[in-house]
Design a protein around this ligand. Structure first.
Ligand SMILES: *Cc1c(COP(=O)(O)O)cnc(C)c1O
Length: 380
């Protein structure tokens, strides 16, 4: 049996072990220490921003903190892109707030600005003006962030950018995660860089950063004893994991190059002349995607096969692929929630497939993927 080709697997390669060793040598085996500060500085420099960065234990908790810092409390409404991973939406529920989901548009597969504004207007009429907007840069593709920022400003609503999949992507040269009032990153095992598990919050001021760290470390009052006047959380990143992050930052740009090369391979070498298969790509030169995952849309009426048939075939060849994220408004857990838009997110889900996209795919892996898919085409 051929070895497994994964959708997206961890890829070390910088000085990760050196930074971990430093943590051991100095005994900073804790959610405080020099690697955390170093990782935050590295991220801030990489994002080329005045904004501040807070290293946390996951992307999910970063969204949770962004909601808290946006003033979201029980009973509030928060609008969220429907087409995403459930971690974008779950923290709305953790706060006891109500999610309202928004359809995607075809250019970027992300939040449709028209449906967003329609939702806001309609919610205001119902006396339920949203407290926050969660927009996602799915698969690394920047959303229509100009238009969405303008809407958030017009209605004075906090904008949270879920850039969990989009570290290194940019729109008009500005890095994803730095547009909104808050941005979040994820360093989970399958993301563009990984700390095994981890995340970061991006915020506008040093004051907000200190507030985020205070809440993320159990909200301890200034007193010699343990005293708490507010509800705190245990959300800070560990100094050991931040060491992995510092090592990963050394290879981030190289890994993005590899991911972009994978996308180019699918576009130009594999599906360049396949009728009915569309490789997801940037709508124009304003958008730069890290191409975290390379995705295709399959028009079954032209190809004669479904995305699921291709997925199952590849699985037999020991090649992992995956359906696109199932939209939140179609999830059993969110079936009571309101939804604005049409059927774009749903049809993307029905037609889409994510293909192996890791920065560690070898040219032999790519050849194997190509020949497997060609065999599948011949037989279908
Ligand atoms: C991975 C991911 C998250 C959550 O990040 P974790 O670090 O796994 O908690 C949130 N949103 C999106 C879109 C993601 O892909």
């Amino acid at each position: 049996m051929n070895s497994k080709i994964w959708l997206s697997s961890p890829h070390m390669g910088g000085g990760e072990m050196k930074f971990i060793q430093d943590a051991f040598d100095t005994n900073w085996i804790a959610p405080v220490g020099p690697n955390i500060l170093g990782f935050e500085q590295d991220l801030k420099a990489y994002l080329n921003t005045q904004n501040e960065v807070v290293a946390l234990s996951s992307g999910t908790v970063a969204i949770h903190l962004a909601l808290i810092l946006s003033g979201v409390v029980a009973g509030d409404t928060v609008v969220c892109q429907s087409m995403t991973f459930t971690a974008s939406a779950n923290p709305i529920k953790y706060q006891g707030a109500t999610p309202v989901f928004i359809d995607s548009e075809m250019d970027t597969w992300n939040m449709c600005p028209k449906a967003l504004e329609e939702a806001i207007k309609s919610l205001i009429l119902k006396g339920k003006k949203p407290k926050a907007i969660i927009v996602v840069h799915l698969y690394g593709m920047p959303a229509k962030i100009d238009q969405i920022s303008a809407i958030a400003k017009k209605y004075k609503i906090s904008l949270i950018e879920d850039a969990a999949e989009a570290l290194g992507s940019s729109y008009k040269g500005q890095k994803c995660g730095t547009f909104g009032d808050f941005g979040i990153l994820s360093f989970n095992g399958n993301k563009i860089i990984t700390t095994s598990g981890g995340g970061a919050l991006i915020c506008k001021t040093e004051e907000l950063k200190q507030r985020a760290i205070f809440l993320a470390t159990q909200a301890r009052d200034k007193a010699p004893h343990y005293q708490h006047s507010e509800l705190g959380y245990n959300f800070r990143m560990s100094n050991i994991l931040a060491g992995i992050g510092r090592g990963q930052m050394e290879v981030l740009d190289k890994h993005i190059e590899y991911r972009r090369a994978n996308n180019k391979f699918y576009k130009e070498e594999l599906f360049n002349s396949t009728d009915g298969i569309h490789v997801f790509k940037e709508p124009n030169e304003n958008y730069c995607s890290n191409h975290w995952l390379s995705c295709i849309l399959i028009d079954e009426s032209k190809t004669g096969f479904s995305p699921e048939a291709l997925r199952l075939f590849l699985l037999q060849e020991n090649i992992e692929s995956s359906p696109l994220w199932k939209p939140m408004h179609l999830q059993p857990i969110f079936k009571e929630c309101n939804y604005y838009g049409n059927t774009i997110a749903q049809s993307l889900f029905e037609k889409g497939l994510c293909l192996p996209s890791g920065s560690n795919l070898s040219s032999i892996d790519l050849k194997r993927i190509k020949s497997s898919i060609e065999i599948f085409f011949l037989n279908s």
